[in-house]
Design a protein around this ligand. Structure first.
Ligand code: AMP
Length: 488
């Protein structure tokens, strides 16, 4: 692992003045650990492999040095070419990355655009016509544009791969290989992943040149900081229970998950009937609509957002106090990913799962095995119904969640999202950090009817040190997808 003298102020990096000014306006004072490690290496021209999750400030850790370096040699990109190519797994994350580049580059009239699936190609083709400095793309759409001769990759100077593990999970490996084969050998590559299993390390090995390695390790996983509860109830009682939850004190903003698009629409209608304003995002909604709804949720204007897993990917919104699983996910890792939408920036968060009988009881069992926590349960079923059994393992028990559903994971949906990356129906279980929560082994029955017992922290709270992760909340910036052109 690379050790550098860690810099504690953005001024120490010697970033170009217009970038420093933008950082001040963004209220960035102290670099996060991943920034302190990555920025000097990237400024020196090194390839970097970074192990860091969203929320650690990793976007700035690659965007700032890249912006500085393109300013050092400001040349007009050739038509249909880009100088910086950022590959990201989802539309939402791509939009957020582009917003960050534009925010940090606000004083340099950066030219930038998005190439993401799910929207018509025409606008993207036109935006690329004159060439851009920064192109943020999802792999499938980028390849389509390359094949349609709308973009050429022969002049890329900087390549960023963000959330590499998710890209592999989503079946993008072949697309990435094809893209990389078209890039110049002489380039700087910055590669980020939340986890570094062997297949990701192998990919990095093939793509990078003598990379420096940096990492930030979470001291307390998100899961441990979240107050998790399960409510057993009849299926038909879910809408009323959801309305009750959302009307409780302390609910600032809530993200409600359903397994299906149809389910999301039904939930919204039910809430509206109960007088609760809510809106849904899922793959059947237009990109435009999704952006509008997300922007309203980001600003807090919309307090309840109902989403499917795919649509909710990459959403980091300040103030999500509650995540409600209206349906339990059938892939246990998805549960971890869902509830991680709350308790950002070290804040408290509550995750409530509504569990009806049948298959959801099995899903709950899988989740408890994965997170090794017997979740506190309340039983609201009609009298006479038997409480659902739970089989969370005892402390120290085998973490066998990883073996379960094996066939459904790891590249289970190759190209499911092609052309419309992370499109409706694509199944891309995320590899979020596993939790070995301190409540592991509490007997489930001991917790039944408990009022929302809060799991204790694993230890240490939130270190800000080299190994600590400052979980940051994404700023409330509406996604901008328009091109900004330099006026020179
Ligand atoms: P990221 O991990 O890149 O998604 O960043 C998460 C959030 O932290 C974003 O809203 C950033 O704007 C914000 N952020 C990143 N770096 C800093 C910093 N050094 N100081 C304050 N906020 C930051």
């Amino acid at each position: 692992m690379e050790r550098t003298n860690l810099l504690t102020s953005f001024q120490d990096f010697g970033l170009a003045d217009p970038i420093s000014r933008a950082l001040k306006e963004e209220n960035y004072h102290t670099p996060t650990p991943i920034q302190a490690q990555t920025i000097p290496l990237a400024l020196a021209g090194r390839d970097v492999v970074g192990i860091a999750q969203t929320g650690t400030g990793k976007t700035a850790s690659f965007a700032l040095p890249i912006l500085h370096r393109i300013l050092e040699n400001r040349i007009q990109p050739q038509p249909k070419n880009c100088r910086v190519l950022v590959l990201s797994p989802t539309r939402e994350l791509s939009g957020q990355i582009l917003d960050s580049f534009n925010a940090y580059g606000r004083h340099i009239r950066l030219s930038s655009t998005l190439a993401i699936g799910g929207v018509p190609m025409g606008r993207q083709v036109r935006a690329l016509m004159q060439g851009v400095e920064v192109l943020v793309a999802t792999p499938g759409r980028l390849l389509d544009l390359v094949q349609g001769n709308a973009v050429r990759l022969g002049q890329v100077e900087f390549l960023v791969l963000d959330e590499a593990d998710r890209m592999l999970d989503m079946g993008f490996i072949n697309d990435i290989r094809k893209i990389v084969a078209k890039l110049p050998i002489k380039r700087q590559t910055l590669f980020f992943s939340a986890t570094m299993p062997k297949d990701i390390a192998d990919l990095a090995e093939q793509m990078l040149r003598d990379p420096a390695r940096v990492a930030v390790t979470p001291v307390a996983s998100t899961v441990e900081r979240i107050n998790q509860r399960v409510i057993h109830l009849d299926h038909s009682a879910k809408p009323a229970m959801l309305a009750t939850i959302l009307q409780q004190d302390g609910v600032n903003q809530a993200l409600v998950f359903t397994r299906t698009k149809h389910g999301a629409d039904k939930v919204v209608k039910g809430l509206q009937r109960a007088g609760i304003a809510a809106d849904a995002i899922h793959g059947n909604k237009s990109q435009n609509y999704r952006e509008r709804v997300l922007a309203a949720f980001r600003t807090g204007e919309l307090r309840t957002l109902v989403a499917t897993d795919i649509a909710a990917r990459g959403i980091d919104v300040d103030g999500v106090s509650h995540v409600v699983n209206f349906d339990l996910p059938n892939i246990p890792e998805t549960y971890v990913h869902r509830i991680g939408r709350t308790a950002r920036a070290g804040a408290d968060g509550t995750a409530i799962s509504l569990v009806a009988g049948g298959e959801e009881v099995g899903y709950l069992r899988d989740i408890e095995k994965l997170i090794r926590v017997a979740l506190p349960k309340e039983d609201h079923r009609t009298p006479g119904a038997k409480p659902a059994p739970s089989t969370a393992p005892q402390r120290g028990g085998q973490r066998n969640g990883q073996q379960r559903n094996g066939g459904q994971r790891n590249g289970s949906a190759p190209h499911a999202a092609r052309g419309g990356d992370a499109a409706p129906g694509a199944k891309g279980p995320s590899r979020r950090p596993r939790a070995g929560g301190p409540n592991a082994g509490r007997h489930p029955d001991a917790a039944r009817h408990e009022p929302a017992a809060r799991p204790q922290h694993g230890g240490g709270g939130q270190s800000e040190g080299l190994q600590g992760v400052a979980f940051l909340q994404r700023k409330n910036r509406p996604a901008k997808t328009t091109q900004q052109r330099p006026q020179r």
